[in-house]
Write a protein that binds this ligand. Structure first.
Ligand code: AMZ
Length: 262
């Protein structure tokens, strides 16, 4: 793990605390925040929302107590608005939970990315910026390396941006190749049509993506059973993000971590 700091002269420094590669798959619970609450959407549709808890901090503490090290936070208001909207809540989660945080949703500006990483977010996720601002992606990767993840959020194989409300014609593999060229070190792949559906991950696409890229890939969308985690681990994904299945009880986080996690 690395952490970033800004010194009095405004220079960003890096503190390398731990560098070993982790052979195990990281099991990462997801907290999606909208209007300050912990929600899940169905296929990313803002009109199909379930509120699972009024207080995301309580939820984060629960996942921590069950053995999570990382928390995947999506600021859904931020993804729709184009800038983070739930930062107070994210800061509270960081302060209270001790979890390592990966955060996405509305991170589209250099200053914001830098601020978040210096405030203690361990990894930031860029979605829309990967399509609309390649220079930003390049610059951030040069400066922050593995702390930058690009999300490959795809509907029917094509990347979607702006809170998944805008479709593009770009395919997952095309974007992943272009992002590797831009210096991106890790990806998060989400199949939008699987997300929040409690069905199964898109194993076909995950296979293809893993065969194509050497960069670590974390996957999200549709993970509903321990069997899915077993298969994902066998495929060699870096991480598995679980959302709705944790909230419905389809997957018990502690059990998942003991069996398949870091
Ligand atoms: O559920 C959604 N509609 C949604 C979602 N979960 N829209 C965006 N996102 C997430 C992406 C990524 O982590 O998976 O927001 C992040 C990308 O945000 P942006 O603002 O960089 O495109």
């Amino acid at each position: 793990m690395k952490s970033f700091n800004k010194n009095d002269s405004g220079v960003v420094t890096v503190d390398v605390r731990e560098t070993e590669r982790r052979p195990k798959m990281e099991i990462i619970p997801a907290v999606d925040i909208r209007g300050g609450k912990c929600v899940r959407l169905y296929q990313g549709d803002y009109n199909q929302q379930t509120v699972f808890n009024d207080n995301p901090v309580t939820v984060a503490l629960t996942w921590y107590s069950q053995g999570a090290r990382w928390l995947h936070i999506v600021d859904l208001d931020g993804a729709a608005a184009g800038k983070p909207k739930n930062m107070e809540m994210v800061q509270e989660i960081m302060k209270e939970s001790g979890l390592l945080i990966e955060l996405g949703g509305g991170i589209r500006k250099e200053e914001m990315a830098e601020k978040l990483l210096c405030q203690g977010v361990s990894r930031i996720i860029l979605g829309t910026a990967a399509i609309e601002n390649r220079d930003l992606v390049k610059k951030l990767c040069q400066q922050f390396g593995e702390a930058i993840a690009v999300s490959l959020d795809a509907r029917d194989g094509k990347i979607a941006i702006h809170g998944w409300r805008k479709n593009t014609v770009l395919e997952v593999l095309q974007l992943s190749r272009e992002m590797i060229d831009a210096g991106v070190k890790r990806f998060i792949y989400t199949d939008i049509k699987k997300d929040g559906t409690l069905t199964e991950p898109n194993f076909d696409m995950i296979n293809i993506l893993l065969a194509e890229t050497n960069a670590p890939v974390t996957v999200a969308g549709g993970i509903t059973r321990l069997e899915h985690l077993r298969r994902l681990k066998a495929l060699g994904v870096e991480g598995a993000i679980i959302g709705k299945a944790l909230y419905t009880g389809d997957i018990n986080l502690g059990e998942a971590i003991i069996n398949f996690g870091a």
